[in-house]
Design a protein around this ligand. Structure first.
Ligand code: DX5
Ligand code: ZN
Length: 223
């Protein structure tokens, strides 16, 4: 089981006019992955980046690119994202008819396969495909925007997710996304998450590098 902690700054909250500086700052702070939120204005009410942004970031950093697709029919993006250099490809089960087929295709394309569950989506959506997963993402806000508050009830769902992965002996990252701050991260870690997306907490801070370190420290204190 991967027990090491991963801190994954989400570039959704970065100043895109200074993208290279933002990436350099979180690298300096020891970020593990970069999280890229792809939104199509249909699955969620917001529009963001495509494969071009992933390719741009690939030139700027050696950090693994953790791509979170909040789009309908994510199957249309698997090959473009693999070509652009994505390391992890995560989608939502409501967005496609054939979840297991897409998970297998993601692995065939050389990426790690992730499934993301909205706050209202039951964990059973992941249960049938747990062997096909490299990452399970528990959304701790309703997706679409950065800077929202961590939803109460998330920690209990993280605990149940950890129990599911343990029961299946799954070698799988357990990621949380939404409202992760230096106030919420420790409880999410204690509940069983090992991979933490943070947008606003990192990039709205005066010192993003330090904030990455601080998020990691908060997990260590409760380890
Ligand atoms: C939410 C996105 C998140 C977002 C998190 O729809 O999936 O990745 O960037 O932002 P914060 O950490 O500000 O809640
Ligand atoms: Zn995300």
């Amino acid at each position: 089981m991967a027990s090491r902690i991963r801190i994954c700054p989400s570039i959704l909250s970065a100043d895109l006019g200074k993208l290279a500086d933002a990436v350099a700052a979180v690298e300096e702070g020891g970020a593990d992955w970069l999280h890229i939120d792809v939104m199509d204005g249909r699955f969620v009410p917001n529009l963001t980046f495509g494969a071009n942004m992933v390719a741009t970031l690939k030139k700027l950093t050696k950090l693994p690119l953790d791509v979170h697709l909040m789009v309908v029919e994510p199957e249309n993006y698997i090959e473009p994202m693999a070509k652009a250099g994505a390391a992890v490809f995560t989608f939502h089960p409501e967005a496609t008819v054939h979840v297991q087929r897409q998970l297998a295709h993601i692995r065939e394309q050389g990426m790690q396969a992730g499934l993301a569950l909205n706050p209202g989506t039951p964990l059973t959506a992941a249960e049938e495909v747990v062997k096909d997963l490299d990452l399970l993402l528990i959304m701790t806000v309703n997706p679409g925007f950065g800077g929202q508050s961590y939803l109460p009830g998330s920690n209990e769902k993280i605990q149940r997710s950890r129990a599911l992965l343990t029961a299946h002996r799954a070698q799988c990252f357990l990621e949380v996304d939404g409202g992760i701050t230096n106030k919420t991260i420790a409880a999410a870690h204690q509940a069983g998450a090992d991979t933490f997306v943070a947008g606003n907490a990192v990039f709205a801070s005066a010192d993003p590098a330090r904030e990455v370190q601080e998020l990691r420290r908060r997990c260590m204190v409760t380890a």
